[in-house]
Ligand binder design. Structure first.
Ligand code: I3S
Length: 128
C-alpha cells in the first residue's frame, strides 16, 4: 500500500505509543502478541504502526505507515477483565467486524485519556 498517514495533519485527534495486541480476528481467537505501537485516533479510525526500539523512532519524522486500521463505528470499548490480561490498565476494544484488541499503558493518565477518547468517538458518531 502506498497510503501514508501524515501525523502532523491537524485533523489528528490523538496519538501516542501504547502496548497493543490483537486477541480476536474475524471472530476467531488469535495468539497474543503485545507490541509497542504508535497509535493515532483520527475521526472514527484508529491507526496502528509498529515502532522499532520501543516506538520513539516514530516521533522523529512526520510520516508513518499504518500497519493496521480499525473502524470504530459500531464498536465497543470497555475496561478488560482480569481474565483477558494480567496487565493493569487494559482497554478491550471490539469492532463491528469481530476484531478484538487489547490496548494498554503503564501510565494511568495516558490510558484514561485514551479510554475517554475512544468512548467519545464510539458514542458520538451516529451510525447508519
Ligand atoms: O492470555 P495469555 O495467553 O495468558 O497471554 C499471555 C501470553 O500471550 C504470553 O505469551 P506466550 O504465551 O506466547 O509466551 C505473553 O507474554 C503475556 O504477556 C500474555 O499475558 P498478559 O497477561 O500479559 O496479557
Amino acid at each position: 500500500s502506498t497510503y501514508v498517514l501524515d501525523i502532523s495533519d491537524k485533523s489528528s485527534e490523538k496519538c501516542g505509543v501504547l502496548n497493543v495486541t490483537k486477541i480476536t480476528e474475524h471472530g476467531k481467537k488469535v495468539r497474543k502478541n503485545w507490541a509497542s505501537t504508535w497509535t493515532v485516533l483520527q475521526g472514527y479510525s484508529l491507526l496502528f504502526a509498529k515502532g522499532q526500539g520501543g516506538g520513539t523512532s516514530w516521533f522523529g519524522g512526520n510520516h508513518s505507515k499504518p500497519e493496521f486500521t480499525v473502524d470504530l463505528r459500531g464498536g465497543s470499548v470497555e475496561w478488560a477483565s482480569k481474565e483477558k490480561s494480567s496487565k493493569k490498565h487494559v482497554i478491550e476494544l471490539k469492532t463491528r467486524v469481530g476484531t478484538e484488541l487489547l490496548i494498554q499503558s503503564e501510565i494511568d493518565s495516558v490510558i484514561n485519556d485514551w479510554f475517554r477518547a475512544l468512548s467519545e468517538t464510539i458514542n458520538t458518531h451516529a451510525w447508519e
